[in-house]
Design a protein around this ligand. Structure first.
Ligand code: AMP
Ligand code: TRP
Length: 324
């Protein structure tokens, strides 16, 4: 079974990216043939800095490697280096009803964030994502739950293509964290997801002092009981989720441990759990930073391996459509 996933090189990754997706990639690569991508063509659909984007790609790949993505097992690519991604995207766009795209929540969110950026690329974003996945006939896609509407469109497009031109693409399954962590919330507004824009998240590269400060000043709920209750205590529930995912302790254990202790002690301990949880990653990343040529080599090798699969599959698509 083939697995594909990607992230945008659009700023330093945060613990939501890690707990919601990247951590799962590392586990899943043990069992599946994986392709992991830095999706720079997705990143250019919102404002970006041409002087910084290539550096952002390399930083993202460093994050993948430091988190444990193994370039010997998995293929790591930069989306824009494999032209078949955009080729298939165009083909799929030709069979995508615009109405499917207009109702996607991430489209509306992005327009709210960048009101002057009402460009076709933001609207077509999910079609390029579908092309990323279908180009390799991947069937598993580990992502955070905000991406599930895009997975649905991917399946709708695969089905539509198969009906129109003959069976080509297999069904795709989005793999989200079961139970907890599919959506880590913002520290400043726990009703919104943690995101790269703004300072409301904990970056994977944040220093221990920064992490302590961010947790200390993070918004908390009223009351003083540490209790998992997403409706009435969204901030505390988010903290409990993060603690659980880094420490492995169950929510029930944590609730018991902090019973009658108040929020301050819980928050202090949470900072230390996050610092400890990121220590290994940060150490590995510092090591990898010393050898930037290694990243270039991994990407060149990844491009070569991915290109072979991409060429073969786009050829099949074009033959089925009568273009070849
Ligand atoms: P992005 O930062 O939008 O490129 O997201 C990269 C990956 O991280 C995707 O699989 C997202 O679903 C996931 N992700 C982003 N933010 C969060 C979050 N707050 N909680 C869980 N997963 C997330
Ligand atoms: N849309 C995803 C995000 O914003 C990134 C992405 C692009 C992706 N192509 C993909 C994720 C293919 C999984 C599979 O995070």
């Amino acid at each position: 079974m083939k697995l594909f996933s990607g992230m945008r090189p659009s700023g330093q990754l945060h613990i939501g990216n890690y707990l919601g997706a990247l951590k799962n990639w590392v586990e899943l690569q043990k069992k599946h043939q994986c392709i992991f991508s830095a999706v720079d063509y997705h990143a250019i659909t919102t404002p970006f800095n041409p002087k910084r984007i290539h550096e952002a790609v390399k930083n993202l790949v460093l994050d993948y490697l430091a988190a444990g993505v193994d370039p010997k097992k998995s293929i790591i690519i930069v989306q824009s280096q494999i032209p078949e991604h955009t080729e298939l995207a165009w083909i799929l766009e030709a069979i995508t009803p615009v109405s499917w795209l207009e109702r996607i929540p991430t489209y509306k969110e992005k327009l709210e964030l960048h009101p002057k950026h009402r460009n076709l690329g933001i609207l077509a974003y999910p079609v390029l994502m579908a092309a990323d996945i279908l180009l390799y006939k991947a069937t598993l896609v580990p992502v955070g739950d905000d991406q599930m509407p895009h997975i649905e469109i991917t399946n709708d497009l695969a089905r539509r293509f198969n009906q129109m031109f003959g069976k080509t693409f297999p069904p795709v399954k989005g793999v989200v964290n079961e139970g907890m962590g599919a959506r880590i919330m913002s520290l400043t507004d726990p009703t919104k997801k943690m995101s790269k824009t703004g300072g409301e998240g904990i970056a994977l590269t944040d220093s221990p002092e920064t992490i302590r400060e961010k947790i200390k000043t993070a918004v908390t709920d009223s009351g003083r009981e540490v209790k998992f209750d997403e409706k009435n205590k969204p901030a505390i529930s988010n903290f409990l989720t993060i603690h659980h995912l880094f420490s492995g302790k169950t929510i029930a254990e944590l609730e018991k441990k902090y019973h009658n202790k108040g929020y301050a002690e819980f928050k202090n301990d949470l900072s230390e759990v996050i610092i400890k949880g990121l220590a290994d990653f940060q150490e590995k990343r510092k090591e990898l930073e010393k050898n930037p040529k290694k990243v270039e080599k991994i990407l060149a090798d990844g491009a070569k391996r991915a290109q072979k699969i991409a060429e073969q599959n786009i050829k099949e698509v074009k033959i089925k459509m009568g273009l070849l």
